[in-house]
Design a protein around this ligand. Structure first.
Ligand SMILES: Nc1nc2c(c(=O)[nH]1)N[C@H]1C(S)=C(S)[C@@H](COP(=O)(O)O)O[C@H]1N2
Ligand SMILES: [Mo]
Length: 525
């Protein structure tokens, strides 16, 4: 009885879980910041982004789609700016927060274990935690390879080493906290009274403050210096050759006993025997193109138009020396994304294009440098950026997003949007009527737009004027002059494809085949 009482009293003197959590939070923040600094300055892997990317890839398609959908909805609801950029920022915030909370959680668990064993083996336990996390994180980061600009060995040593240090520091700090003033107690001259609770608590607080100060300095320096340093773009300056899958992987039969007779055609026929330079020696093709993301809701901004420059794949085919039986190309991207294009599509449509420039300049890193494909009429999910290699195959297979539940074909649906009801641009016509110009876009993939109509409240559908589009592959700008009327009005737009087919007016969500439904806008005048 007395024993139990005594031990429970002692337990109450020891620091609580919050203290353990605080230590874990401080050390994890410092760890993330150091990773960030090393990434920005020398190109070592940034583990939070790699881990987040990996999570996104292994997550079931449904959950991933729901997540993306929720993100787009929130960004639009709160008007957080251009969706694509806001979504990137949101992903980065989630990745860093995810790593932080993981560190906080496991660090707190470690603390409670060390507390339960009264601080014994604290450093060893911390080290073990560092290993237990470091090995999988190192493998994940290696596998995803989204952030590293350094070689695999150096990256691996760095990730593992950083986590070992983090774990060891955690263990040591937990031990130091749980020991209270033990170091001072040991040093006291024999016969002096043991220090009381208060002294221990003060000592503990001093330690926490010092640790907090040190980790805060590391965190701030990492974040600031990392931010200020030159942003290293993983792919910048790389040529097509550096990114070839075949230049970094042995072929599966590399060890086969039978060797081809010298003079036999190459067994593996990679498209990018062609380097980017060589590709650029082909006759360039320029096309004005509107590309939409399948996650773009009706009226969203995940759609854009620019001038694409590249080489028609049809024109490249002869130089690929395809074997008989080849039916598809499997396009692999540097981020693990891949899609399949049939040779039939390429042979029947010269507009399918390997693209290396947008608006006359090499693709920006975020838009697919060094190379991306264009396939008319299809959503972005079928069109890999950052092409690393192109494999010739004899069968169709579902691509990256198709496996995750999205449409096999992913043809861009017809859509029309009202961008503006320009009340401040009123026109007075010959009959002295006040006309308000209303304008926007209509788009139906590569199928063209033949007509756009506008409806005000429950009135009749009125035909809008169409502007000649930039090309048959882009959206069409329309305008309509509305006889102004005070009060609250709802404007609805609909379009017709080139063939006369009306756009689908029944609303459907973006998943799995792209949004449909009419766009409406209500305004008060
Ligand atoms: N390698 C790779 N290519 C990709 C993707 C990707 O995640 N990885 N996303 C696709 C999707 S879903 C879209 S909408 C477009 C977006 O292209 P953009 O960023 O240039 O607008 O790229 C496509 N190509
Ligand atoms: Mo997309």
């Amino acid at each position: 009885m007395a024993l139990i009482k005594q031990s429970s009293k002692r337990a109450s003197e020891r620091p609580g879980l919050t203290t353990g959590g605080l230590v874990a939070a401080m050390l994890t923040a410092a760890l993330i910041s150091v990773f960030y600094l090393a990434w920005k300055v020398v190109g070592l892997p940034f583990v939070p982004f790699d881990a987040f990317d990996w999570m996104a890839r292994i997550l079931p398609g449904q959950i991933l789609a729901a997540g993306i959908d929720a993100m787009v909805t929130v960004i639009r609801a709160f008007n957080l700016g251009p969706t694509a950029a806001a979504a990137k920022t949101a992903e980065h915030v989630m990745a860093i927060a995810g790593m932080f909370f993981m560190g906080l959680l496991v660090g707190t668990i470690l603390f409670s274990i060390i507390r339960a064993v009264r601080g014994r083996y604290a450093v060893i336990l911390g080290l073990a935690l560092g290993i237990a996390l470091g090995i999988p994180l190192q493998l994940i980061s290696q596998r995803v390879g989204q952030t590293a600009g350094t070689g695999p060995e150096l990256s691996a040593i760095w990730v593992l080493g950083a986590l070992l240090l983090w774990g060891t520091m955690l263990g040591w700090a937990d031990q130091r906290l749980l020991a209270g003033g033990s170091t001072v107690v040991d040093a006291r001259p024999a016969g002096q009274p043991a220090r009381g609770d208060t002294a221990e608590r003060i000592d503990r607080r001093h330690f926490l403050v010092r640790l907090g100060g040190a980790t805060a300095v590391v965190t701030v320096i990492g974040a600031v210096v990392g931010e200020l340093s030159e942003v290293r773009k993983r792919v910048s300056g790389a040529t097509g050759k550096d990114l070839l899958w075949s230049s970094t992987h042995p072929l599966p039969n590399a060890d086969a006993a039978m060797k081809p007779v010298p003079g036999t055609r190459p067994e593996f026929t990679p498209l990018e025997r062609l380097t980017l330079d060589e590709l650029q020696r082909f006759e360039p093709m320029h096309q004005f193109i509107t590309l939409s993301c399948i996650s773009n809701p009706v009226g969203g901004d995940l759609i854009g138009t620019t001038r694409w420059t590249g080489v028609s794949l049809q024109q490249l085919l002869p130089s690929l020396r395809l074997q008989a039986g080849a039916t598809h190309l499997k396009i692999h991207a540097a981020d693990g994304f891949y899609e399949i294009v049939s040779l039939e599509t390429i042979r029947s449509d010269e507009r399918v294009m390997l693209t290396y420039a947008w608006d006359g300049v090499p693709l920006l890193p975020e838009h697919g440098f060094p190379l991306r494909i264009y396939i008319p009429d299809l959503y972005g999910m079928k069109q890999p950026k950052w092409i690393e290699s192109i494999e010739v195959t004899d069968h169709w297979e579902p691509g990256f997003w198709v496996i995750r539940g999205w449409d096999k074909v992913a043809r861009m649906t017809a859509t029309s949007v009202i961008d503006t009801v320009a009340v401040d641009m009123t026109i007075i016509n010959a009959d002295r009527r006040r006309l308000v110009p209303i304008g926007g876009i209509a788009h139906a993939g590569a199928r063209g737009i033949s007509k756009v109509e506008l409806q005000v409240d429950d009135g009749p559908w009125q035909e809008a004027a169409l502007r000649t589009p930039l090309s048959r592959l882009t959206w069409t700008i329309w305008r309509y002059e509305w006889p102004f009327d005070h009060g609250k009005h709802t404007f609805t737009v609909r379009c017709y494809e080139g063939s006369g087919t009306p756009q689908i007016s029944t609303p459907s969500p973006v998943e799995p085949s792209g949004a449909t439904g009419l766009y409406s806008k209500t305004e008060m005048f």
